[in-house]
Design a protein around this ligand. Sequence first.
Ligand SMILES: [Zn+2]
Length: 214
Amino acid sequence: MGTLLDLILPDRCGGCGALGERWCAECAAELGRDPVRVRPRADPGVPCWALGPYAGVGKRAVLAAKEQNRRDLAAPLGLALAHALARLRAPDRPLLLVPAPTRSAAARRRGGDPVARSAAVAARWLIDCRSVPLLRMGRGVRDSVGLTTHERSHNVRGKIMTVADPDRWVAIGAKAQVVLIDDVLTTGATVCESTRVLSRIGIVPRAVVVTCAA
Ligand SMILES: [Zn+2]
């Protein structure tokens, strides 16, 4: 059953804005290309990969999921992540996706966390893969728009923590290949801090995979 808005507004593609469908074949092809290696200024010490640049289709889709509450975009964004992960993963090892944390106030305002939602979709497409939201963002983290690399690092330093429920992480086998997932990689501050926090509980991410790299 559609919402009232669905009755008023025609469907638009979340990637290019074309009328008629919520995600078009051209945008699916654009986001489905091989992931590219990226090197953020703040180096998390593990390889970082992006589905594409923070421009065009990827940027519009990420922003629509984030700012316009386009929850439906978790499906195509998650599928695109799954394509990239299928290429990058080591064979014969379970894959564990850890969504990078979002500022809780921002996530609430948006009606949920689009990164966790896309990661959950990606996990459903992949064999022997789970998405486990292990990280949360504490209070006092500012919106990072306009901050320098140093300011961004300071902004998240000590503010990312593991979720209180240890059952979520004790079940992770030593064989699992852990990949940190985020929507946008800018300076690398969030993934650096996330990697540091995970390593404190003995979880070492093998890679970072993001939808867009700025
Ligand atoms: Zn499109």
